[in-house]
Design a protein around this ligand. Sequence first.
Ligand code: DGY
Length: 426
Amino acid sequence: MRDRAARVLEANWTGTSTVPSRTLYPHQWSWDSAFIAIGLRHVSSLRAQLELETLLGAQWGDGRIPHIVFNPAIPLDAYFPSPDFWRSSTAGRAAGAPLTQQTSGIVQPPVHALAAWLVHRADPALSRERGFLARVYPGLAAWHRYLLHRRDLGGAGLVCVVHPWEQGMDNSPCWDAPLSRVSPAPPRTFRRADLEHGAAEDRPTDLDYGRYVRLAMDYRDRRYADGGGEFAVEDPAFNALLAASEHALARIACELGAAGTARHARAERLTAALVERLWDPEAGLFFCRDLRGAGGLIRERGISGLLPLILPTLPRDVVAALVRTACGPHFGVGDRVRLAPSYDLEGPAFDPHRYWRGPAWFNTNWLLERGLNLHGEHARAAGLRAALLEVAGTSDFAEYVDPYTGAGCGARGFGWTAALTLDLLG
Ligand code: DGY
């Protein structure tokens, strides 16, 4: 397994970073790279460090880490939306987009400081020799500053996403209500490249894409200024990953000789704000909060609502309820399914094959396994770990799988699936 997983990462390595998939995603993706670095550290600490350094090399002046860093050697039509759509070097100028690299202008979940800390821990000697933490710390601190200061659109201490691609679970039913208000870009004005490599019934619909394009175009045309868009959602996973990364940044600061206390305190405030704003005790789950339209909690059960389990200072009753929900009828962990689905097994929109509307993903299950272990649920975590390893192998490191059968969907030889397999093997 270890060799097979390492070969996937080798095949996807470009020399400075790792593509999620040679076909479907041929550039560098932000949260993919963070998860990939977490696994890569078991194969090559140097490559894992370079992976994160390359991504940070494309950071914008305002602190945002773009969700895609484009590889100029790849033909423009290999992926949509391509650099000419995002226009980072012109429309992104006000926000400090780099002149030398082409990037997108939206972001993805902040897994990077957590990844940097884990990469350092894998080989502290090499890390110190190369000054790895000192290299990445200023960029990671600026990234968190951007999110905390420019994306707290609700003013309640949580960060907002302004596009479904930012949260990463693109077509989750959690976005159906906020997206329904967005008028789609006409289908003839863009050409999807994803359908050349992925089955249409496993991917978002054309209507979804029309809306993604509209939102991204509007953001670009506002020169990537935050605040005025039609889509603004507080998401539990995005904020939980920020809090976990803020704890990691505190540890990095300590390692560099500074005090980490203020950062730990900030992570605890984020955790408290998550509970205050997004926790629903009756459902035993965190929900997303819509800041546009009529506003309020979006009562769709997505896997995102379980992921605050990765936080160390979550109240005990919340932890207990989350474990019950994970193992109950809606997510079926250790019971009805092989791996936790991305969306409610009993929800009206559940579809076991369509991207984030039901299939199980390896990164979210890896986070769940980590959260279960953190809170002392070792037997459940061990069951999930065994299932993850088995399904990763039988699906040929698929991008995502049918949660009941483990049958692979989307790309094969997918970067974070191979990387997180390596991490679980230890
Ligand atoms: C895609 O292209 O499908 C991505 O999820 C957007 O980053």
